[in-house]
Design a protein around this ligand. Structure first.
Ligand code: FAD
Length: 459
């Protein structure tokens, strides 16, 4: 009987344990289900849909080259799979395990009617296997990473099967075009074409980075440099596995250098976010620290206008505006700037972090439930791992410290002609050009407002 290979955020053929196992079991029906229902408010955002379109296209071609096909269906995953199994006479399903709460639920539901075999494959190590001496999951990154490091190196990546056995008759498939995944908003996504979704694109990106990995430590915090790997959307969609990345970087990419080691530690943050998801599946929906349930976040007309200004990069803080415009145009933002822009929304504008999480969810090509929520809560100080709300980051000094002048010139053309010393804070330097907005709020005033709001939550 044919076997269903259920593909989700693992759109690759190499190091694909579910594919390898399915090929052993019988003819394989590779299936992708677009499920906009189960994730509720975390149905895939606009930028992710663009990526998905191109990644599925690439995967379809790669499967074709192996004598196989990609079947596309829409609907509630467990129902679609059960219906397809009935239609095709399949009794078993192979899939890679995912930790988003809606996938955990779908796996449970499916396992009630079919023989579902889930494989580990999208983390360096299964998060439930990394525990404290007392067998408890970790809450804090550093001890988690230390414990994970003892499990490294990960196993060698698996090879792509030479041939994928086909069923005698192929089930019907929907067409990718009919899913309308590509953006329609006029001025959006102008820089998306620089990305190459799909497994080949992922390996090309990794090849490029290998040569530069040793400099990662020195350059990764500088937004004006291309110092990080930009593998995040490829990793999110599973076009390359973390263990493939690990072996390439440790083997050839200066794995022994401090740059290589720091980089592997960042990959470890992905695993850490999954450990948090296992313990706090609602991390994307509410503050983990209950104290923040009574936080007087700003709402109403003025707050909405500020939110809009933040989204479109018109806050009057050049580093924040550069980041938000980079995000809108390219679907990606530099990590240091993500922290600055997120902190600015939460603390300077006193807007609930969930508004920011939603915007990132819609506009990031690498939007990832675990990574996005955990990082938003970490920045806000509402998460399990930090209690840093009162530490108010100063965006303008960050901008100077990390030498963001050229980055600002690239993304905020109104400021292009300002000298380095004025570009971080044109208003203060007395040279704000007419077309560039004044600050939504001054730093000192914002700081006092945030601390006063925080003080009311302590009961
Ligand atoms: P590199 O520095 O080259 O790192 C390599 C890989 O390690 C990344 O591709 C990513 O998979 C992982 N990684 C690095 N830093 C982190 C981190 N802090 N947390 C989790 N994984 C990490 N990352 C996402 O993948 N998806 C998100 O939705 C997301 N939302 C974020 C929201 C906020 C507010 C912040 C502060 C960070 C967020 N990040 C998110 C983490 C980080 O900014 C990106 O992973 C990184 O900028 C991606 O660029 P890169 O691939 O060049 O990273």
């Amino acid at each position: 009987a044919p076997v269903i290979l259920w593909l989700r955020q693992d759109l690759r053929l190499a190091d694909q344990p579910a594919l390898v196992a399915a090929c052993h079991d019988g003819p394989v029906i590779p299936l992708y289900v677009l499920d906009d229902e189960a994730p509720g408010p975390h149905a895939m955002g606009g930028a992710s849909r663009w990526w998905l379109h191109h990644s599925l296209h690439a995967l379809g071609e790669a499967l074709h080259a192996k004598g196989s096909r990609l079947i596309l269906r829409r609907g509630r995953a467990e129902q679609v799979i059960a219906a397809l199994a009935e239609e095709a006479g399949a009794v078993s399903v192979h899939a890679i395990r995912h930790y988003e709460p809606w996938w955990v639920e779908a796996e449970k539901a499916l396992a009630r009617t079919l023989d579902l075999v889930v494989h580990d494959g999208n983390q360096l190590a299964p998060p439930e296997s990394i525990t404290t001496g007392a067998g408890k999951p970790f809450k804090i990154y550093t001890p988690f990473w230390r414990a994970l490091s003892h499990h490294m190196p990960p196993d060698e990546p698996l090879r792509t099967p030479a041939k994928i056995p086909s069923p005698s008759a192929w089930p019907k498939t929907e067409t990718l075009g009919s899913w309308d995944l590509l953006p329609t908003k006029p001025d959006w996504a102008t820089g998306f074409e620089d990305w190459t979704p799909g497994e080949d694109g992922a390996h090309h990106r990794l090849d490029q980075f290998i040569g530069e990995a040793a400099d990662y430590e020195a350059k990764r915090n500088l937004p004006s440099e291309e110092g990080s790997s930009r593998l995040s959307p490829h990793l999110h969609f599973g076009e390359v596995s973390p263990r493939q990345v690990w072996h390439r970087v440790a083997g050839e990419g200066g794995g022994g250098s401090s740059g290589g080691r720091t980089f592997l530690g960042e990959i470890g943050w992905r695993d850490y976010a999954q450990t948090i998801l296992l313990q706090y599946p609602r991390v994307g929906l509410r503050s983990t620290r209950e104290q923040f349930d009574t936080m007087p976040w700003r709402t109403g007309k003025a707050a909405k206008a500020d939110l809009r200004a933040w989204q479109r990069g018109r806050t009057g803080y050049p580093i924040v505006d550069a980041g938000m415009r980079q995000l809108w145009a390219t679907g990606w933002m530099h990590n240091r700037v993500r922290m600055i822009a997120a902190s600015f929304l939460i603390k300077h504008l006193l807007i609930d972090w969930r508004e920011g999480e939603r915007w990132f969810w819609d506009t990031l090509l690498d939007a990832d439930y675990g990574n996005n929520s955990v990082n938003w809560q970490w920045t806000a100080g509402t998460g399990v791992d930090s209690n840093m709300f009162p530490r108010i980051m100063a965006p303008l000094s960050q901008s100077e410290k990390f030498d963001a002048a050229d980055y600002i010139r690239e993304w905020v053309p109104e400021l292009r002609d300002l000298p380095d010393k004025a570009i971080h804070d044109p208003e203060e330097a007395g040279c704000r050009p007419e077309g560039y907005p004044g600050k939504l709020i001054g730093h000192r005033e914002a700081r006092e407002r945030a601390l006063a709001a925080y003080a009311t939550t302590k009961g």
